[in-house]
Write a protein that binds this ligand. Structure first.
Ligand code: FMN
Length: 158
């Protein structure tokens, strides 16, 4: 795929780590969405973090550049990418899910309140997945792993 730049947005740094790894491994320039002045016709791979099922920054990126592919970074062990694409109105684009991490000390304001609510809901559940999620929300976790980028690099190389 002829992508000429990587554009990302990140709240606590995990998406930034993946974007940096990809830029190095694919030899592409890296831009933060908030500071990026690429021209409208630039083909980009966009990376955004997941917040309540929404890929942050995607709407702006689609309005500003030619988004050719998307990576969504979240904390769920896996994601239903068909549903994710439908919910984010990007069904026609390749969408990759990457497991990021959770850094409680870096979460502020309304995001902190949202996660406190999420933790309260999950704490009432007894299944293993919910318990693991509560543990990650409480203590934090870092699952960033360059190996997760293999399918994205394959796609970039096509
Ligand atoms: C308010 C809030 C909502 C979140 N919603 C989701 C979600 O819907 N699905 C998911 O997998 N992860 C969700 N997460 C977890 C983040 O996507 C995850 O921590 C990600 O690695 C953050 O990336 P960043 O460090 O680039 O900001 C949420 C985190 C916060 C703070």
């Amino acid at each position: 795929m002829k992508v000429s730049a990587i554009v990302y947005t990140s709240n606590t740094g995990f998406t930034a780590q993946y974007a940096t790894l990809l830029a190095h491994q694919a030899g592409l320039p890296l831009h933060r969405l908030e500071e990026c002045d690429l021209s409208r016709d630039t083909q980009v791979l966009f990376l955004g973090w997941l917040c309540a099922g929404k890929i942050q920054g995607l709407k702006q990126a689609m309005g500003r550049f030619q988004v050719a592919g998307i990576c969504a970074v979240g904390m769920g062990p896996e994601a239903d990418t068909t549903k994710l694409a439908r919910d984010n109105r990007c069904e026609r684009l390749p969408l990759f899910y990457l497991l990021g991490g959770y850094a409680p000390a870096r979460i502020k304001g309304r995001y902190k309140m949202m996660m406190a609510m999420m933790k309260a809901i999950l704490s009432r559940k007894t299944d293993r997945a919910s318990q693991k999620a509560v543990e990650a929300i409480t203590r934090g976790a870092d699952w960033v792993d360059a190996a997760q980028l293999a399918p994205v690099l394959d796609w970039l190389g096509e």
